[in-house]
Design a protein around this ligand. Structure first.
Ligand SMILES: [Zn+2]
Length: 74
């Protein structure tokens, strides 16, 4: 194993979790703002259902990607 060399590359912001306008809530079909990564796969929710499922899913989620602030920013 080689030690990691210090890289001089600029921050590469890869928008892995970025949601598109075409992404739809798995529950109601509204525009999705929350993406939840689980060991079993991925779920996307509108802000309403994301908040509703949050208490249940967040403890088991690998990552919780919330873009609902986009809603508020508009
Ligand atoms: Zn929904």
């Amino acid at each position: 194993m080689q030690p990691l060399e210090e890289t001089t590359t600029e921050n590469e912001i890869t928008e892995v979790g970025a949601l598109k306008a075409t992404d739809r809530c798995d529950v109601c079909g509204a525009q999705a703002y929350i993406r939840v990564e689980l060991a079993t796969g991925e779920l996307i929710f509108c802000s309403h259902h994301g908040n509703e499922k949050r208490a249940k899913l967040e403890p088991i989620a690998i990552s919780w990607h919330d873009e609902s602030d986009k809603l508020l920013a508009r």
